[in-house]
Design a protein around this ligand. Structure first.
Ligand code: PMP
Length: 284
């Protein structure tokens, strides 16, 4: 597999980053994951826009233009023959040659790394079965809207979910669901409204969230952007999550309580289908 590091395409075994890189020492880095379908990038404009926002919030100036980032993504997908899978981009504040809490000179070159992952995304056993979710306290920092590589807590709760026989964890702050370990969280009420937490620094502004809510609007489904409790989720008719790699993934159990019929629900199935049709047609 070829990877990209700072202007070069290299075999993965030959790619290196300094031990003083701030991404490694301080998690001083942002990232994006874009789905690849039919060899094309899904929702790429959204991922680029969010990347720019994350960089701006952290005061990191990137030397590469949007056109250059697109060209690098396309070239790596081509080099690795990715028809279906993921492409990962990480940008760190670089390497100032020593460990220092203070940011290095802004002119310090950023570290830019990309790699691809071949993966079956469309044909998903988890989407067919439906996810089992456990809920946990949201112990992350208060800037969850910035897509940083500080992913230790999400890793810990995913492990915890697995140990408890579940597939993923939803996080809860002040009794209200924020989001999943690596996805946005939704319920469908008895009245048929789709509910997902409103945008704030409490959650990542999912690119798939925006696209799926647009699909829901196209289908004239009612959408309520507001927080919901775990109790409300357990009593919901349906629940699901969204992410760039999982698309729309139904939830069939929360903390041992069966959701709806215990099978993936029709709203999630419909949104998955419409989202995939629309985003595949628009992929670049
Ligand atoms: N929330 C969190 C915490 C995430 O890590 C992700 C995945 N990056 C999402 C939501 C979903 O975002 P997207 O649809 O842009 O993949």
């Amino acid at each position: 597999r070829q990877v990209y590091v700072n202007g070069r395409y290299l075999p993965e075994g030959e790619a290196t980053v300094s031990v003083f890189d701030r991404g490694f020492l301080f998690a001083d880095a942002v990232y994006e994951v874009t789905a690849v379908l039919d060899g094309k990038l899904v929702d790429f404009a959204g991922h680029l826009a969010r990347l720019r926002r994350s960089l701006k919030e952290l005061g990191m100036a990137l030397e590469l233009s949007d056109e250059e980032l697109l060209a690098i993504h396309r070239e790596l997908v081509r080099l690795n023959g990715i028809d279906e899978g993921l492409i990962y981009l990480q940008i760190t504040r670089g390497n100032a040659g020593d460990r220092d809490f203070l940011f290095p000179d802004p002119a310090t070159p950023k570290t830019v790394v990309l790699f691809t992952q071949k993966k079956k995304l469309l044909d998903s056993p988890l989407a067919a079965r439906g996810q089992r979710i456990v809920t946990v306290e949201d112990l992350r920092w208060r800037r969850c809207d910035i897509k940083t590589v500080q992913l230790l807590y999400p890793s810990m709760i995913k492990e915890l979910a697995k140990k408890q026989g579940a597939d993923d964890a939803w996080m809860v702050r002040d009794g209200l669901v924020t989001e999943g370990s690596s996805n946005n969280a939704y319920i469908v009420t008895a009245e048929g409204a789709i509910v997902t937490r409103d945008l704030s620094s409490d959650i990542l502004h999912g690119i798939t969230r925006k696209a799926v809510l647009d699909c829901a609007a196209d289908l004239e489904m009612t959408v309520e952007e507001r927080p919901f409790t775990v109790e409300e989720a357990k009593a919901a008719k349906e629940a699901f999550s969204t992410s760039a790699s999982g698309f729309v993934n139904p939830v069939v159990e929360i903390d041992g309580a069966t959701i709806g019929s215990g099978k993936p629900g029709p709203v999630a199935a419909r949104l998955r289908q419409i989202y995939l049709e629309k985003s595949r047609a628009a992929a670049i």
